[in-house]
Design a protein around this ligand. Sequence first.
Ligand code: ZN
Ligand code: ZN
Ligand code: ZN
Length: 327
Amino acid sequence: MQKTEKKETLALYKDRNVQILLSKILNGEIGTLEPVYEPKTGYRYPVVEAILGNAPEVEPFLNKLHDAGILEKKLYDKIIFCPKCSSASISVRYCCPFCKSFNIQKSSLIEHMKCGYLDIEENFLEGNKYICPKCHEPLKKIDVDYKKAGIWCICEDCNKSFDIPVPTHFCRSCYTNSTFEEAVIKDVYSYTLTENVKAESFLNWFIVAAIREFLIKEGLTVESPALLKGKSGATHSFDIAAYKGDDPQKMMVVDLATSTEHDVSEQPVIALFAKIFDVSPEKAYLIAIPKLSENGKKMAELYKISAIEAENQEEVIASLKKSLGTD
Ligand SMILES: [Zn+2]
Ligand SMILES: [Zn+2]
Ligand SMILES: [Zn+2]
């Protein structure tokens, strides 16, 4: 399955791991690829790890797919790592700005609107009632005769008061405290398939399935995707390879190229030619959805590649039938 715009994207679609991930997204097994939280290591993508069989390769793999415009990413979370031991098992501590102790007491400030007295909640409490310590009147209704006027903190170690504590990060693995300045903070993303890739892949998916079914019905042995070894010893990947049951010499190969925005360029024709030059099948088809550029047509003719232009799978099958003489 080929995208015509970029060579790297083309190569990615031929990558077995990319194909597995895309097929899981296309068949609905994965909707949005979301990271799963693990206290020690941070976020992981178990589905991708299972495909690659190697956790450290996951991030470069997803980056590559994002750079190629196949996956879209959305910020999911920011994760804090210990600057000393790289553990993600971090707790946030709110500390005294004077002595840095995390042994602080957080209180609400209350203002008695009638007399203007302002103090922490605890000093208004008498039993289960609020009584103003200044004018000794009971407080009745919040936002009517009294209001909350913010937060006030008291340090249990140095007894100083302040309104804004200083956050620090405590590592539960190596017990080191670190500041915001020292923190290693990393963006974590969720991924979805880009809309136009989704449209193209779906189209390719159905068309390849339809061609495969048609060729099997015609009594051919079909491989899809097919990996074929060339004279050079290199292995080449085709969307479909098929041959008459007993004669792999009479091989036909099929590649599909779609473009949702404009005509399919000559790029997939050249790519297919490079492969058939090495593999020497009896016949090669390039299916261009919906149209092949003029340049592409000229090159296909020159390289003896049968180009089929089609809007949908029915048109593809009709043209293939004509070409195979089974009409
Ligand atoms: Zn640590
Ligand atoms: Zn303090
Ligand atoms: Zn009062």
